[in-house]
Design a protein around this ligand. Structure first.
Ligand code: C2O
Ligand code: CU
Length: 558
């Protein structure tokens, strides 16, 4: 493969994604960041320079497995020390799987400050793909707040708790429109925004998807949403889903597509509608009571001008709380029949972990917890703690390993009887090549009659989604798991009061977060750490630039 080199300067910028000016984190002055367009086998080298005077950064390459390069995963305090002001860091890794991916900040809540972009990997030979299209288009969808991410973050660990609330806008490829007229007069929270809301700013003109009548398009869609489950609609066009998280799937036709934070899809559509007009592409919130207007882009039938706005109503998504519909759609996604599944119903796993998702309190502050442990990451990167295991012994012995399961009989339908959680470093250790099943069990939050959607994402791996269902997962449910054509993905939603089961092989030595991709949830402790092939980790040569924080400062010789 080729070596593709990028030089990125990361700095704040003033930007108006939804016509309201805000401080964002831009790459080379761009938002969203530059697209990386590569071919399988390429080596990607990204040299970053952090120009922000008071903030450190890392970049995570979401969906890249980083085989042999666990230090390049870009997770603050897991794979590396964050890169300080005026410092440089070079990420280097091989892209080994074709598909639709993205990258984003993975320190604090920087992803929510606009710090993200697309990473697209093409197969060496386009004819290797099990479907055909004429051209491709690509968008990243997101939800957007006017409050700064620092403000949001501080609120989340305040007592009393200050929740970020619902987003002000929804963005398609970094563009949306804040509806000033929706702000009630005298409302404290955002009324000031209307003073600066300027709909004539070019940055917030709707994103345009240009199409030639008669042609078939592959539209890549990825979600980096902070909070919202989104639903995508292309007015007047059916969508054929052909790829999910970088793997081909059996084609399924839908007229609206749920996409959870951390997921990506490719859908095919043909521009076969009345060519004298343009159409809406829209996203709406599902899974939470919507309080945000539809995010809109323009499907532009050429040669109509892109400014020819549709006069039809904007797209309406299915009812936000019709979770059975969401579950049914998620279950439609199956591995493509060309994908070989390396196990059968009877192969079993070497280890099964049950993770009960609860909302709890730690010293009065609201947290999320897994088996009653809320993740409080170390201040020394976990990967360094393993590679320098002898010198940094004290780091890993800091807390007891989290439990492999939860108390049987836990009532998932009411708030926890004991709302208090404990803090932990969240490490599950696996021997090389162990086959691991994880049953993610959802439950009621601290609020009566409330359970939320959580999209769980794993670093360093794709996993098979063996199944999803409602209620408490019991041994009877093994019978309904899919061992025939389970899709291979890197993110899986867990629905309210429901469960999801995944399987992966711990064959990638490294330290990999497994966490809810909802930015505030991860920040509130909703994650665990998988340390794989731990015996081999001391042999890893960690680049010196990964070190320097926590106890690793003692490892660097001047
Ligand atoms: Cu895209 Cu750990 O996240
Ligand atoms: Cu969550």
């Amino acid at each position: 493969g080729a070596v593709k080199q990028y030089d990125w300067t990361i700095d704040y910028a003033f930007w108006s994604p939804d016509c309201v000016e805000k401080l964002i984190i831009a790459i080379n002055g761009q938002y969203p960041g530059p697209t990386i367009d590569a071919t399988v086998g390429d080596t990607i080298v990204v040299k970053i320079h952090n120009k922000m005077p008071t903030e450190s950064v890392v970049i995570h390459w979401h969906g890249m497995q980083q085989r042999g390069t666990p230090w390049a995963d870009g997770t603050a305090f897991v794979s590396q020390c964050p890169v300080g002001p005026e410092d440089d860091y070079t990420y280097q890794f091989v892209v080994d799987n074709p598909g639709t991916f993205f990258y984003h900040g993975h320190h604090g809540m920087q992803r929510a400050a606009g710090f993200y972009g697309s990473l697209i990997v093409h197969p060496e030979n386009i004819t290797d793909e099990p479907f055909k299209y004429d051209e491709e288009l690509s968008i990243i969808v997101n939800d957007w707040w006017h409050k700064s991410v620092h403000d949001q973050e501080r609120g989340l660990y305040s007592n009393p708790f200050i929740w970020i609330g619902e987003p002000q806008s929804l963005l398609i490829e970094g563009r949306g429109a804040y509806n000033c007229s929706l702000v009630p007069t005298g409302a404290v929270a955002n009324s000031g925004d209307c003073v600066t809301c300027n709909a004539s700013v070019p940055q917030c003109q709707p994103y345009v998807l240009p199409v030639t009548p008669g042609k078939t398009y592959r539209l890549r869609i990825a979600s980096v949403a902070s909070l919202s489950s989104l639903n995508f609609i292309l007015e007047g066009h059916n969508l054929t889903v052909v790829e999910a998280d970088g793997h081909y799937v059996e084609p399924v036709v839908v007229n609206n597509l749920d996409i959870y934070s951390g997921e990506s899809y490719s859908v095919l559509f043909t521009a076969n509608q009345d060519p004298t007009r343009n159409y809406w592409a829209g996203i709406n919130v599902r899974g939470r009571k919507p309080a945000t207007p539809t995010g809109l882009a323009i499907l532009n039938y050429l040669p109509n001008p892109s400014t020819l706005l549709p006069t039809t109503p904007t797209p309406v998504s299915p009812l936000w709380n019709d979770y059975n519909l969401s579950l049914a759609q998620a279950q439609l996604i199956k591995a493509h029949n060309s994908l070989e599944i390396p196990f059968t119903e009877t192969s079993g796993s070497d280890k099964t972990i049950f993770l009960l998702n609860t909302q709890n309190r730690l010293n009065g502050v609201i947290k999320w917890a897994l088996n009653n442990v809320t993740l409080v990451p170390l201040s020394t990167p976990y990967l360094a703690a393993y590679t320098y295991r002898r010198k940094l012994k004290t780091v890993l012995s800091a807390s007891a390993p989290p439990p492999l399961t939860y108390t049987p009989g836990y009532d998932i339908s009411s708030p926890p009887v004991n709302p208090n959680t404990t803090a932990g470093t969240g490490v599950y250790e696996f021997k090389l090549n162990e086959v691991v099943d994880v049953v993610i069990q959802n439950a009621n939050t601290l609020t009566v009659n409330n359970s939320e959607v959580h999209p769980w994402h794993l670093h360093g791996h794709d996993f098979y989604v063996l199944g999803m269902g409602n209620g408490v997962f019991t041994s009877k449910d093994y019978a309904q798991l899919n061992y025939v054509n389970p899709p291979l993905r890197n993110t899986v939603p867990v629905f309210p009061y429901g469960w999801s089961v995944i399987r992966f092989k711990a064959d990638n030595p490294g330290v990999w977060p497994f966490h809810c991709h909802i930015e505030p949830h991860f920040h509130m402790g909703m994650g665990v750490i998988f340390a794989e092939g731990t015996d081999l980790l001391p042999r890893i040569k960690l680049p010196a630039q990964n070190l320097g924080c926590g106890l690793t400062k003692n490892l660097i010789r001047p």
